[in-house]
Design a protein around this ligand. Structure first.
Ligand code: 2M8
Length: 430
């Protein structure tokens, strides 16, 4: 009994802290991921954070999505970052994406399309159906346009799966999945100063060489008529089929279909069904029967990236894996979890590329845990889903609302009072 009461208290305080965190990171209609480190509106962060707001302020949750889509490009792309207000604490900021003296309103690349998933979550959990219907009527065509953009700009060859052209687009910036593909020569770059290293220890962040490659891509894309979507696919020296983006897009298509039916927009269901059918075929290429895992694929060489990362489990979240594939994935996942006290590490802890503190190469990310858990429950693996849920509660209760966590010690790392971690505490872990 005492133990239960104690647990309840811990949860109450984390709920209060999470609400406080979102309020603190609210810059007026949008939520920044964390002060100083990430001072603008990030695409997939905001879509996830909207689910957190929904728990205590529904109108504010919808506003988060509205503000994100205020940055949508004419061609349908939702940029990875929208620069609503200036800030000098982040690099590369508006003047790098644009020009000195003529800053850009956003980046010229995108991020995983979580918006439809979030909109469905808001719609399903609404206590104000009128507001939800009104908001969705306005948002639906915008989200649809963004999915159409993905297929037009990032799958012009009809593979059924879309390409990312920059590691930043995957959200898993320095994942070992990109190591081989990031070997292209770097260009002569203007001198630059990394600001992330003022906020976070260098041992936890991508290396200088990785940043040189990130910036080479940025400047090359800018040189294509300021990020012309029709051109980038054909000229980028980095073009990958990313598991995270494609799993989220597949799931987002299913949720968009659900919303379309709810809103009586039957005319678009056929189009979404085609995306799902083609996506189902496209995913086949990413499966490796021998290891029982999915891998990202380099579209320029056709090779699968051999890195075993947590993104391998996201096809469960998409619902695109067969029962047999799910069983093999779960076998792998159990082994990973046997090797670390806190899951899910972003790389297989037995792989030589595993680095428990370095960003997307080892640490646990609560948003990824949520997606994996959601998928596991769908496939009926309740026990392992419970383990991941319990780990997520333990990590956030003990270490607080950090950006990510060390799977070996449970220590919180990266940014403090991090919005998507707070949102997950409200919308999932509570
Ligand atoms: C990280 O990415 C940004 C670039 O977009 C960075 O490191 O500068 C990633 O973890 C990404 O997934 C996340 O959306 C962003 C803000 O939290 O930070």
């Amino acid at each position: 009994k005492t133990e239960e009461a104690f647990e309840d208290n811990v949860r109450v305080s984390i709920v209060e802290e999470s609400i406080e965190c979102l309020r603190r990171n609210d810059l007026g209609g949008y939520t920044i991921p964390a002060h100083n480190l990430y001072p603008f509106q990030w695409n997939w962060d905001s879509a996830i954070v909207a689910a957190g707001w929904a728990v205590f302020d529904e109108a504010r949750a919808w506003e988060e999505l509205d503000t994100l889509f205020s940055g949508q490009w004419e061609d349908g792309m939702v940029p990875s970052i929208v620069f609503h207000k200036p800030s000098t604490t982040y690099f590369p900021g508006p003047e790098i994406w644009g020009l000195p003296g003529n800053p850009s309103r956003s980046t010229g690349i995108t991020q995983p399309p979580v918006a439809a998933i979030s909109a469905r979550f808001l719609f399903e959990h609404t206590e104000n159906v009128k507001l939800a219907e009104k908001k969705m009527t306005d948002l639906f065509p915008k989200i649809l346009a963004s999915h159409r953009w993905w297929y037009k700009a990032r799958d012009p060859e009809n593979k059924g799966v879309v390409a990312i052209l920059h590691p930043w687009e995957s959200g898993m910036d320095n994942s070992p999945s990109w190591d081989a593909a990031m070997q292209f020569p770097i260009d002569n770059l203007p001198p630059y100063e990394r600001k992330d290293l003022h906020h976070v220890n260098a041992s936890m962040r991508p290396t200088k060489d990785t940043y040189d490659h990130y910036l080479t891509l940025l400047y090359r894309f800018k040189a294509e008529n300021f990020y012309d979507s029709e051109k980038l696919y054909w000229v980028s020296p980095f073009r990958m089929t990313d598991l995270c983006t494609n799993s989220i897009l597949f799931r987002a298509n299913r949720d968009l279909r659900w919303l379309a039916i709810k809103l009586g927009k039957d005319d678009v269901v056929k189009e979404i069904d085609e995306w799902l059918d083609r996506g189902f075929e496209g995913f086949r290429q990413l499966w490796d029967e021998k290891s029982g895992l999915y891998y990202c694929q380099d579209q320029l060489t056709g090779k699968l990236a051999d890195a075993p990362t947590s993104a391998a489990f996201l096809p469960l979240f998409a619902g695109v894996a067969s029962k047999d594939q799910a069983a093999k994935l779960v076998e792998n996942l159990r082994r990973w979890l046997d090797n670390v006290p806190f899951g899910v590490p972003s790389t297989d802890p037995k792989d030589p590329r595993f680095e428990p503190l370095r960003y997307w190469r080892g640490p646990v990310w609560i948003i990824v845990n949520w997606m994996i858990c959601n998928g596991l429950l769908h496939y009926g693996y309740d026990d392992i889903a419970q383990r991941i849920y319990d780990d997520s509660v333990a990590l956030t209760s003990n270490a607080g609302l950090k950006e990510y966590f060390d799977p070996k010690t449970g220590e919180g790392c990266g940014g403090e009072l991090f919005s998507w971690t707070a949102a997950m505490c409200l919308a999932w872990l509570d």
